[in-house]
Design a protein around this ligand. Structure first.
Ligand SMILES: [Zn+2]
Length: 71
């Protein structure tokens, strides 16, 4: 299953989602039109390790998996 990373500039975090997550929707997000103001989707990644590396490379304060799709 592919993974995506949502980098949130406002809250200085990077969250890892699976592509099936309702918050992710294959990188579309829940607020597709306004999301560019707060952050950016990175993806897709073949596995969670690759997604984690990308998330760490953003250098954000908080890096974790999504509690909804990857508890
Ligand atoms: Zn999620």
């Amino acid at each position: 299953m592919p993974y995506w990373v949502y980098e949130n500039w406002t809250h200085k975090k990077a969250i890892i989602h699976s592509s099936e997550c309702s918050y992710c929707k294959n990188g579309q997000g829940i607020h597709a039109t306004s999301s560019k103001q707060n952050g950016e989707w990175h993806g897709e990644f073949e596995d969670i390790d690759s997604a984690f590396k990308k998330a760490e490379n953003t250098g954000r304060d908080e890096i974790r998996t999504c509690k909804i799709c990857s508890p």
